[in-house]
Design a protein around this ligand. Structure first.
Ligand SMILES: [Zn+2]
Length: 422
């Protein structure tokens, strides 16, 4: 495959210097005006590369089409596949004045960041660094900001793939759609995504971690709100009258299963997580997260909450104990499994770029999971970033290059398998 006109690294370094932090307290879309800076730039660059139908809509979504290079009768047989990346970065760490630093030809060992904070990326904490990426060029921050590889690595990879498509007309492809979205980090990237207008049958988000990774399983997520109504009386004259909702909620909390908590579970184990508690002695409410990869696990968790409600109600008959449980999102796997080619072709494409595919699971949700339920099944592929949402964030340049190549090979496999070549 020919080298792209503009090296991926140059592109990535330009993008990370543009501050695009999203803000969950804002109601606009994009949630922050500064996201327009990158989204508009991407739109202009796509037009500049010759993608004539590139658009940016009133909510900041950038869509474009790479036309097929097959004869029309063959192109029509290939499903339209999309590639997505999000332009915003996490609100938790500042993204202002990012000063990326390239550690060329990483030799192994810990990496001390060049800024004044003296922070160190330790191999003990990030074993992939030495195990997988020795000899590669590692991009880090100076220790004062996030890097924004999540997901500007994905953005640079998709943009570079457009270059690769155009410069390698001999590699067959169907119609390929690309898209850049705002506000993924605050869980709203799918909110205003117009699946119909995007026009793909399936898509892949380029928003994963280490080289070779494929993710298509997320938690099933429910939220519970438990409310306890007590009865307030002047505490000096409260004997046999006061019903203290705070104490009763304390009783409720001690009955939650201790082992089924985020701090005691990993891998495929689910959890119940109380995370907001508010109120006064008259009335207290608590919000809890219910998470499990399996819907049977969620049903068990719901039963646990309902049983505690019943028991606490019995123990405190003068109070009123209620729980409301609602679905937040479902495991995307239930949608992805309907089209087995999605993951099978991704695996084959990863092998084609000489990498071993590795399945991992997402202990959370993604825009891809929501899009999967909006009619656009969306597995997530590696983008290369690690230690995301922190000042230690880093990404190997050569992994980003592999990801760009993967996009082209994956499109090639969809074309090969769907249209008979003559
Ligand atoms: Zn991301």
């Amino acid at each position: 495959m020919n080298a792209p006109k503009e090296a991926l690294l140059d592109r990535f370094l330009r993008y990370v210097k543009i501050d695009t932090r999203s803000d969950e307290n804002s109601t606009s879309c994009p949630s922050t005006a500064k996201q327009w800076d990158l989204l508009r730039l991407l739109h202009e660059e796509l037009l500049g590369m010759g993608l004539k139908d590139a658009t940016i809509d009133e909510n900041g979504y950038v869509f474009a089409t790479v036309p097929s290079n097959l004869p029309p009768e063959h192109a029509a047989l290939v499903p339209v596949v999309g590639f997505l990346a999000h332009a915003d970065t996490a609100p938790a760490v500042t993204g202002t004045n990012v000063k990326p630093h390239v550690h060329k030809g990483y030799n192994g060992g810990d990496i001390t960041l060049p800024g004044t904070t003296g922070q160190v990326i330790r191999v003990a904490d990030y074993p992939n660094l030495e195990k997988m990426y020795k000899g590669m060029d590692i991009v880090t921050t100076d220790g004062t900001t996030l890097l924004g590889a999540d997901d500007k690595a994905g953005v640079a990879e998709v943009m570079t793939a457009v270059d690769l498509f155009l410069q390698n007309p001999d590699i067959p492809r169907g119609v390929v759609k690309i898209g850049f979205t705002p506000d993924e980090e605050i869980g709203r990237g799918a909110d205003k995504f117009d699946v119909q207008r995007f026009g793909a049958a399936f898509a892949y988000t380029m928003d994963g971690g280490p080289l070779g990774e494929i993710e298509y399983e997320t938690f099933n997520a429910y939220g519970a709100t438990v409310t306890i109504e007590g009865f307030g009386v002047h505490p000096g004259y409260a004997k046999d009258k006061l019903v203290n909702a705070i104490r009763i909620m304390g009783d409720f909390i001690t009955r939650l299963p201790h082992e089924m908590s985020p701090e005691k579970t990993d891998q495929r184990d689910g959890y119940i997580h109380p995370y907001v508690l508010q109120g006064q002695n008259e009335s207290v409410s608590m919000r809890l997260l219910l998470r499990d990869f399996d819907m049977n696990g969620i049903e068990k968790q719901k039963a646990i909450i309902e049983k505690i409600v019943e028991d606490v109600q019995k123990a405190h008959p003068k109070a009123k104990v209620t729980a409301e449980i609602k679905e937040s999102y479902r495991n995307m796997r239930y949608q992805i499994d309907k089209e087995p080619r999605l993951v099978a072709y991704a695996e084959e494409a990863i092998k084609r770029i000489d990498v071993t595919p590795k399945h991992s699971i997402i202990r959370g949700g993604t825009d891809g999971a929501r899009l999967s339920y909006m009619g656009l099944p969306c597995p997530n592929l590696f983008a290369g970033g690690e230690a995301i949402h922190s000042t230690l964030e880093w990404v190997p340049v050569q992994v980003m290059e592999k990801a760009a190549e993967l996009i082209v090979r994956l499109s090639e496999i969809w074309a090969e398998k769907s249209a008979t070549k003559q």
